[in-house]
Design a protein around this ligand. Sequence first.
Ligand code: NAP
Length: 261
Amino acid sequence: MDRWEGKVALVTGASSGIGTQIVNALAKNGMKVIAVARRLAKLEELAVSIKSEFNGKVYPMACDVQKEEEILKVFKWAEEELGGVDVMINNAGVMVNEPIIEGSTENYRKILDVNVLAVAICSRELVQSIKKRKVAGHIININSVAGHYAEMITMPISLYSASKYAVTAMSTSLRHEITKAKHDVKVTSISPGMVDTEMLRSAAINLGLDMDLESLTILKDTDIADAVIYSLNVPHYVQICEVIITPHEALATKNPRPFSK
Ligand SMILES: NC(=O)c1ccc[n+]([C@@H]2O[C@H](COP(=O)([O-])OP(=O)(O)OC[C@H]3O[C@@H](n4cnc5c(N)ncnc54)[C@H](OP(=O)(O)O)[C@@H]3O)[C@@H](O)[C@H]2O)c1
């Protein structure tokens, strides 16, 4: 990670789960990390604990990624105060547990705004920042196995799978565009299976699933942060395009896929 030491990363959805662990891992590796989400108090707590634990540099900022003007404000602040953003981690995500055929348009919009449009806006702004400064950059999209294998998920999760398929396609389109424009920016899509976070726990409650998380073989948020560090840490000429991470289901003592009953 020497290449990225002192460089700036922006992590969306940093107030819990996978995002919090990514902030922690990047700061531990010497990056300056702008941590954004709506719950500012949680971000401030994270920044204080990282500073006291290993003197890591985390900059907490409230940002609702459904609002483009709030995303643009973060990029402007990053340019003025830290020079710009080098690594963009598109992690913020929402899942809604209702069927599409009974669902609200408001929820369709929320899923598409957070899981798709914010990824596009942040990726565009990252590339513009890199272009201006002629430096190296990296976009990492936290996707999902739901963005590759919708047939495995029979529980109602509204447009979640559709939104993650969009992230799969967007990651490829970005890679093509960036290659054509000859910017020094890599694009990585990381697609986890079930990870023990707030999102999974509240989905289990909403869907009335009998999920004894202790008896399932399930990923930890730190496993995904490890994949982020791996993707950033490869030699400059290597690009990790797609990482699919699933639990080793042979170890499960219960139905390993409770989302597909
Ligand atoms: N858990 C899993 O099993 C799993 C599996 C595959 C992929 N993923 C993906 O991993 C990513 C992280 O999810 P997680 O599991 O860590 O869930 P989580 O603990 O619920 O975290 C979701 C994060 O997104 C943020 N967020 C939601 N809406 C936002 C908005 N409008 N503006 C800004 N931030 C917003 C939340 O922060 P605030 O509420 O403070 O705004 C929170 O920090 C998501 O993209 C998810 O789709 C998760």
